[in-house]
Structure formats: structure tokens, C-alpha cells
Design a protein around this ligand. Sequence first.
Ligand SMILES: [Zn+2]
Length: 286
Amino acid sequence: MATCPLCNQQSDRWEAIRGFEIAQCRQCSHRFVAASLGVDHVASTYGDDYFCGGGAGYDDYLSQRNLLTARGQQFAEMVSRYTGKRGRVLDVGAAAGFLLSGWLAAGWSGLGVEPNQTMCQEGKAKGLDLRCGTFETADLDDVETIDCVSMVQVLSHFQSPRQAMERACSVLSPGGVLLIETWNRSSWIATISGKGWHEYSPPSVLHWFTPKCLDQLANTLGLEKVASKRSSRWINVGHAKSLLKHASQESKLYAVANQFARLLPDSLSLPYPGDDLFWALYRKAN
Ligand SMILES: [Zn+2]
């Protein structure tokens, strides 16, 4: 099948999900959508519907403001513990800038890049430095020092994660760090859910990493691993219901979870119980 976008080796067919052929690399075991999506992929996938239409996206993204701002602050404080400073961050896939606001609240400065115009304008109206466009094409020529590039649940959406990480390396200052949070397909919950795992939702998600294959990719780009850990975070019940409803189409396990979630109020926030999300921090050489 298609060549692995991480290591360039051959792959085999794994499954077809929602009409998309998914391949698994023979060398690094990375799973990915084995098709090239058109140049309008970003515009067609991350239109306003992605942020308020439910499905694999969000039923009401703007209602996530408080949770995401708190999450941004947590990440900023965590990165500061490893780098010893509060510097300048570039948040990739910033949406309306909620995570970025958390970084700013923690004493960092910085900016974000976001392809969805509505979200980007929403953040700009709040006074944030957001650049509208894709990470590959956004104008960042005036940006000088960047101490951390943050990609929180973003990397699996790129057609080429390798190119996205190369771009991150090119904007990072020497000694700067790349923060990646993404889903772990080798986790317990992903394994028992099989092809019904909620993250198998092409075409918005195109790649399914393991911590090991992400480390291998970072290594080939000359990045040094600083730390990684299973993510602990809070989720909004309304958003969880929307995702469970979508995933229930493919999985009985999610259908049962959805029945329980329906008993809870949308406004409630709960600790996320899954083991399938992790973050990793990598440092660019001096
Ligand atoms: Zn590979």
C-alpha cells in the first residue's frame, strides 16, 4: 500500500473505516489514511461545522473556553518546569485561542495559528495575536524568538506530520521545545475498542500514533526527548456526549458509555477516564 509518511517504508492494509482505507507501516507500525486528500482538505474538514456541528468535531466549541484555558495554563506551567522559564509560545491549531489564553495567564507571551477564519477572528477580537491560515502557509516571517511550539491534539490532523514537525523545528529557537499531545493507539482503551475506537474518525483524523513511533519520528528530526506522560485532563460532559454519540455508530462499547453519559448534565466537568491520550516534550538542539 502507501509509503509510510513517518519513515518512508512500505505499509499493509489494516482496515477500512468510514470509507477510508487505513494502512499500517511494516517498519514503525504507524497507522494512517492511505490516500492523498485534496488541497481543499483543510477548508472542507475544518469549516465552521467542525466547531459546532457535532460528529467527530465539537457540538459547541466556544463552550469549552474555561476548560481549555485552564488546560493551556497547566501545559504552560508544566513546560516551564522543564525549561526553567516563561518564554514565548506558538500554539498551532489555536482555534479561538483558548489554550493560548491559558499560556498568557501563566506568564508566557505568544501567538497562535488557525485555519478556520471564524475561530481566528473570534480570538483576534479578544486581542490575541492569531494568524489565520494553515501552519504550512501562515506568514510567520516577523516572528523571532519561539521557546515552545505547542501542538495539542493537532498533529494527527496534518496530511504530513513530518512536514508539520519540520516546520515547528524551523520556527523554534535553538534549545526551544516542541510540545505534542495526541492519542495513543497502543493504549488499553484503543486496543479493546478495535476499529470502533472513537479516534478512528477519518477524514478529520488522518494518523494514529503510538508514543514509540512519535519518539522515532522526533528522533529522525534531531529532536531530543525531554519527557512524556499519559494526559490527565477534565472534559465537559456535553462534548463527551457528542463524541460518544458519533462513536456509537461503530462501537457497542461506546453505545453503552453513551447511555450512562446521557444521565449526566451537559454543563458538568469530569476527569477524563481513558488512558488513550498522552503528551511528549522534545527539545531542539542548541
Ligand atoms: Zn513507518
